[in-house]
Design a protein around this ligand. Structure first.
Ligand code: GRF
Length: 196
């Protein structure tokens, strides 16, 4: 079975979309893939409670308990590798709000993916919706990409575009983009699984 390891920090709505897609699309049978662990760096992440309610295996690696990024990433890698003896897990960042060290990214190179709420290469980093509105963009969106050592770079696997409407605030735009994230993230993952 190919392990899917989902990393979250917050609400986990992308994680929920992926879990639902895995169920309805029978990823278990079709790709021999299953969620092996949901890991949060925040003990109070809403998504963690949801995952636990579903009976999914969860873990917390609280970044505040570690003296450095390297120490946190080492603990995170150990928590992933525990459920991935063969080193084949797909590592799925779903609203995971920590910058990862190059060493961590290299360890999972080629099998670690992220979703970013902008049309990359525009607006890497934080506050994407506010920046897109302030820049006068007519369109915003989201990008699923492979993760490389450089923040919000790496091969684009899927993108979705939404209009930016007069009167939009960062919150209204974020909500519009999020509905599309829930479509493109499961689709991108399914394509990767199908490719083997
Ligand atoms: C999403 O907009 C994602 O693109 C961004 O953080 C948000 C997380 O939402 N990185 P959720 O936790 O998946 O609900």
């Amino acid at each position: 079975m190919r392990p899917l390891v989902i990393l979250i920090s917050g609400a986990g709505s992308n994680m929920q979309a992926i879990v639902r897609a895995a169920e309805t699309g029978r990823w278990h049978e079709r790709y021999r893939a299953a969620v092996a662990r949901v890991i949060s760096n925040r003990p109070d992440a809403r998504g963690l409670a949801w995952a636990a309610e579903q009976g999914m295996p969860t873990a917390v690696v609280d970044h505040r308990a570690f003296p450095s990024r390297e120490a946190f990433d080492a603990a995170l890698a150990q928590t992933i590798d525990e459920v991935d003896p063969a080193g084949r897990a797909l590592v799925i960042l779903a609203g995971f709000m920590r910058i990862l060290t190059p060493g961590f990214v290299q360890r999972y190179e080629g099998r670690i993916v992220n979703i970013h709420p902008s049309l990359l290469p525009a607006f890497p980093g934080l506050h994407t919706h506010q920046r897109a509105i302030e820049a006068g963009c007519r369109f915003g969106g989201a990008t699923v990409h492979r993760v490389t050592a450089e923040l919000d770079h790496g091969e684009y696997l899927e993108q979705a575009v939404v209009p930016i409407l007069p009167g939009d605030t960062p919150d209204t735009l974020a909500a519009r983009v999020l509905t599309q994230e829930h479509l493109i993230y499961p689709r991108a993952i399914e394509r990767l699984l199908a490719a083997g």
